[in-house]
Write a protein of this length. Structure first.
Length: 135
């Protein structure tokens, strides 16, 4: 491989790696959508976590989802696992903040690469008796 080809490969890998989203980088921009709910932050976050895990296109699959618990909020993220040259990327995430007896949810997307209708599932989880996600 010549010097020019090596430069192109290094540039391509660098661009791919810089295009990856993290929870921190998503929070640097305004949320795609915000919600308020009478449900507790823990209930809403657990609902979103479970709904996103089950949003896989095939029944025997699960979608990689992580949930972090903080003193004032819960963060739920749908993850794109790391590949050969691309690091782990957050596809979509929510911060569910405690707000009195209810909660506020901030929904963030990364290039709309999420699996399933994540926004609809987040909306359903805001309801006092959430709808069950469609199979």
């Amino acid at each position: 491989m010549g010097k020019h080809e090596v430069s192109v490969v290094i540039l391509t890998v660098g661009l791919l790696m810089s295009a990856c989203a993290t929870t921190t980088s998503l929070r640097e921009h305004a949320p795609t959508k915000e919600f308020t709910s009478t449900r507790s932050a823990q209930d809403v976050a657990s609902c979103i976590n479970d709904s996103w895990k089950n949003a896989a296109p095939l029944p025997w699959m699960t979608v990689p989802v992580s949930m972090e618990i903080h003193p004032d909020k819960f963060t739920v993220a749908q993850i794109q696992p790391a590949g050969l040259i691309v690091p782990e990327t957050v596809r979509v995430m929510v911060d569910v903040l405690k707000d009195g007896t209810g909660s506020k949810t901030r929904y963030y997307e990364y290039l709309s690469t999420q699996i399933g209708d994540t926004l609809k599932l987040v909306e359903q989880c805001q309801q006092s008796s959430p709808l069950k996600p469609a199979p």
